[in-house]
Design a protein around this ligand. Sequence first.
Ligand code: HEM
Length: 399
Amino acid sequence: MTDYYRLPLEYVDDPHALHDVLRAEGPVKELRLVHGLKVWLVSRYEEARTALSDPRISKDISKGGWLFEHHADSNSGKRMFDDVLNSHMLNADQPDHTRLRKLVNKAFTSRRVEMLRPRVEEITKELLDDMEGTVDLLDAFAFPLPITVICELFDIPTKDRDSFREWTTTLLTYNTQEAVAAAGAAMSQYLLGMVEEKRKAPGDDFFSALVHAEDEGSRLSEMELVSMAFLLLVAGHETTVNLIGNAVFALLRHPAQLALLKEKPELIAGSTEEFLRYEGPVNLATFRYTTEPVELGGVTIPKDELVLVSLLAANRDSARFAAPDELDVTRQAAGHVAFGHGIHYCLGAPLARLEFEIALRGLLSRFPDIELAGSPQELGWRDSTLIRGLITLPVRLGP
Ligand code: HEM
């Protein structure tokens, strides 16, 4: 068996150092992930955008699922996908993807997102009111804000929200197959119950709109609804949380940038793009595979190979962004790929931006003296190559 380069365990702690090496070597490298799966990792900006929008690089897990076992060097590829939860649009190609996305667009309109603004402001205020002294900013603020918003959007009762957080965490970090299967089964069972409820007694909530969304006579099936809800809930749980955490962590290590935002809060909205670029919450975009040989930046990836695009690496490519390792809240960072690119570009981007902006503005105006409680080196990163996020973020809020 060929001895491929394997990502070291420290990769989750410091992916940027390795990305610098990978980008310098070439746009795409064949390697094994920490847990043994062989993939082609795309690290340069231009090739990342090309790969994310090339229809020959598929996202259809129903056809390509076997590749995970095929390319595994141990049992790493056996972490198989739950059919019900995974038949969503992020795992579909055109034309299926188009049909699913059009239907969800009918329910997830920009009007509905904008209508959430006062509620996001209210939740932010309540959370800030409850904070004092030294807190874990993730637990006290960054987690509850987007989770409350997405759960309210889906009309999920408060008493069930902790279960959701447990299930999604299990599904997105390295876990045993049994744990993943159990969390998947529990979540799909729960969501199926919700779909049935919304069919019988629709409200004016987003989930009811999704259940009843119709486009040219087409509707989402039971399984598609469960899967779509799963996708949105997971995305809504695990991303904005870490954008807030990563951004605040970055600011606390860059006092001049922090001072600038406090002095000119009107810069906060524009700075969102720079925080997404500098340390976005998604490192590797979800798995793709080649349906035929594909040439990317002079490298030919054969057919039936798994492809991973590093959004973090692409966003720090000096060929696209000058001085990419510097945080500059005044930078024109639009064009970053933190929300992906192509047909799977993040559906929740407007909501994520809205939440982030309100959260950061609220936090800095209420606690202008916020500082790290402890040294940055003591903080650990989550054991995931998908999610880029801290395990905890202890801060002193000030007098
Ligand atoms: C897709 C990032 C928040 C819903 C994606 C993708 C990325 C991403 C990179 C594409 C993945 C790929 O192509 O492999 C982010 C980031 C967020 C965020 C950085 C926050 C800062 C959200 C929220 C929601 C959401 C709050 C839901 C309300 C989705 C959905 C897709 C998606 C449904 C799949 C779109 C499709 O397949 O057409 N997101 N996301 N995201 N995101 Fe987000």
